[in-house]
Design a protein around this ligand. Structure first.
Ligand code: ATP
Length: 323
């Protein structure tokens, strides 16, 4: 109950809540000068990632300043930061704070020591046995289930954003997609430039919303369901050692997936249960894709025996949404 005259004014509540958000954001603000920036680890759409030191080893993700040229993008960045501080899970990268004063905008997280699943699968061509494959998928589901329970959509779940550190999965880059403003900044004239290996993670409903002439404000319709579709692709990569739609040009992938055709399973020889998980994640209708809690139960039921990969004896199971 509100008894005193000052708080009875609803505008005061609003002001209080806005100032408490910005106050709690301030607690996560790291002055850029406090960071001891080291070597460049890599470059992405978002900016440059450095290793560094801030009370121990950290990763410093610096935003490309040509992206942050207006108040709105700065606000989007701060909104993402306020999301990160809500995440505490052993399968999610540890968010430590952010530099929030332009022109130096950066996100500081724990430094992942292992390699990404992308490097394991596509560069080193590592083959995981079935028990390890299931263990990795379970940990990804746990981290993703936690994110979704906190109301956070990853929007960019892919093997490049999943680290494996001595058997432990660490997911990175959740929620950063708005900040990258990929669809706006990669458009050149009448072309939509698509980063390699990105399309196969996009669900049909997201795929159908890719536009060449998208307005700056038009976001792609990422949801928890589209995250599950992306998980399906990660599951496929773990099982097959390659991306789905191998060899298809981008326009064919966009057309096929947008119409509800699922990738071919010609290179995957695995049990019915294993394929059912894949098909459920890749369901055309978003609400037919399982939640991560169900996924964990389904993964738990899988027999952890050896995975058979046999591209030389393919079984054709390409199915469309209509079937
Ligand atoms: P994209 O921009 O398309 O998502 P990307 O994932 O390679 O591509 P970034 O996320 O910016 O781009 O990462 C750049 C590099 O930094 C990658 O090699 C990535 O593995 C590495 N990296 C990112 N975060 C961390 C981290 N917390 N610890 C260690 N390395 C990291």
């Amino acid at each position: 109950t509100v008894s005193d005259g000052e708080n009875a004014d609803p505008r005061c509540f609003r002001q209080n809540s806005v100032s408490s958000v910005s106050q709690s954001l301030r607690e996560w603000d790291i002055p850029y000068d406090e960071l001891d920036r080291g070597e460049v680890i890599g470059r992405g759409r978002f900016g440059i990632v450095y290793s560094g030191n801030w009370h121990g080893h950290v990763a410093i993700k610096e935003l490309r300043m040509d992206y942050v040229n207006d108040e709105k993008t700065l606000e989007a960045f701060k909104a993402e930061v306020s999301t990160f501080r809500k995440t505490r899970h052993e399968n999610l990268v540890l968010f430590m704070g952010a530099c929030m004063k332009p022109p130096r905008l950066a996100i500081v997280t724990s430094l992942c020591k292992g390699r990404t699943l992308y490097t394991h699968i596509h560069v080193q061509k590592d083959k995981f046995n079935m028990s390890k494959t299931i263990m990795i998928a379970q940990q990804i589901s746990q981290g993703m289930g936690y994110l979704h329970a906190r109301g956070i959509v990853h929007k960019d779940l892919k093997t490049k954003n999943i680290f494996l550190e001595s058997g432990k999965v660490v997911i990175t880059d959740f929620g950063l997609f708005n900040v990258t403003r990929l669809c706006h900044d990669t458009r050149r004239g009448n072309w939509l430039s698509i980063p390699p290996g990105w399309l196969c993670y996009l669900s049909p409903e997201v795929m159908r919303n890719l536009r060449v002439a998208q307005k700056q404000d038009d976001g792609l319709p990422f949801t928890t369901y589209s995250d599950v579709y992306g998980f399906g692709t990660v599951w496929y990569e773990l099982l097959c050692g390659e991306w789905p739609h191998k060899g298809l040009p981008p326009e064919a992938i966009i057309w096929q997936v947008g119409r509800g055709m699922k990738p071919s399973l010609a290179n995957l020889q695995a049990s019915r249960d294993v394929k059912d998980i894949l098909m459920a994640c890749w369901s055309y209708r978003p609400d037919e894709r399982p939640e991560f809690s169900t996924m964990q139960a389904n993964l738990n039921k899988l027999p952890k025996k050896r995975l058979h990969r046999s591209p030389s004896h393919p079984i054709h199971l390409s199915r469309s949404a209509e079937s």
